[in-house]
Design a protein around this ligand. Sequence first.
Ligand code: VNL
Length: 394
Amino acid sequence: MLRRDLVLTAGALALASMGASSGAAAQETVKIGLILPMTGQQASTGKQVDAAVKLYVAQHGTTVAGKKIEVILKDDTSVPDVAKRLAQELVVNDKVAVLAGMGLTPIALAVAPIATQAKVPEIVMVAGTSTITEASPFVVRTSFTLAQSSVPMAEWAFKNGIKKVVTLVSDYGPGIDAEKSFSEKFKADGGTIVENLRVPLRGPDFSPVLQKVADAKPDALFVFVPSGAGAQFVKQFVERGLDKSGVKLIATGDVIDDDLLNGMGDVVIGVINAHNYSTYHQSPTNKAYVEAFKKANNGMRPNFLSVSGYDGMHLIYEALKKTNGSTDGEKLVAAMKGMAWESPRGPISIDPETRDIVQNIYIRKVEKVDGELYNVEFATIPNVKDPVKAAKKK
Ligand code: VNL
């Protein structure tokens, strides 16, 4: 504890003196501290986001508004305390102008006080708990919130004859947001939530909860697990025979991740889910993105987290252009507010009031196209703001 306090104090002093001498012209290089889980349980997330950031830089160059861009990648090993220490070091030693990445909610929250103290923007490219944007005025999010996809999923389910649902989520911030927002909407529409089940984030075993689902026999099981964990869930769902039980599987797109989809096998064909991005999204922007991403990464498919990383880089580059290269954190955040552009996922913008992303949510069905499994979009809910924050305002 003591050592940590000392480090924090030293950090604060260094930040204060930095602030006093930050003449704009002095800084030739703009450093971006990219904190990602490159190893550990969330390594697939780090791999996707890092690849997208590298692609963005390769396509758009390393000079923005006369400044040289340098990305410093750090592996947080999926551990929040490690991410916090790395953020401190990046700010104090490397003097980064921006912190980015944040592959899990606890990591985004651990870094937020440092962003506030240092007045450095924290670009959240993954974590999806609603409250993260409220943890610091320097947080700007390019990923999503879980309520954004869970509420449309609930609406679609009730409209399509599903009356009784069991929910199953990872037991932490985004899972609880998914559970609550799905359940509230589904009940408000007239449906019944039979049971809310949760599994631990680390090393989940789905067997005991899937037995409960088999016993409850709902019309559908609604699931959220974070990107990377869906394959294990589907495997156990099939092992328990639930794919043949008449219980429909519905989910947020995190579960039916494009990255893992082909490995899940034909059992997931027909699964309906709601999300912000599909590799199969039919737009020229996305076709170009998927082609370039695969080419640069040995044929690896880009998933929704790669797109959030790619968009996060766009946000940083465009904000720097707007500030004429100034790295003043408040100016950068001000420049980011209200920014709108065409992403591989479709049109997106940053809500100037909440600094959270506004985006289309698509209802999709897993289909086999040319021998590969894809999430094929068949309905669009345009310009969705985070429903949790929207409800708070009322
Ligand atoms: C989170 C949310 C992480 C959704 C995810 O994948 C995800 C989070 C790593 O907030 O921790 O798909």
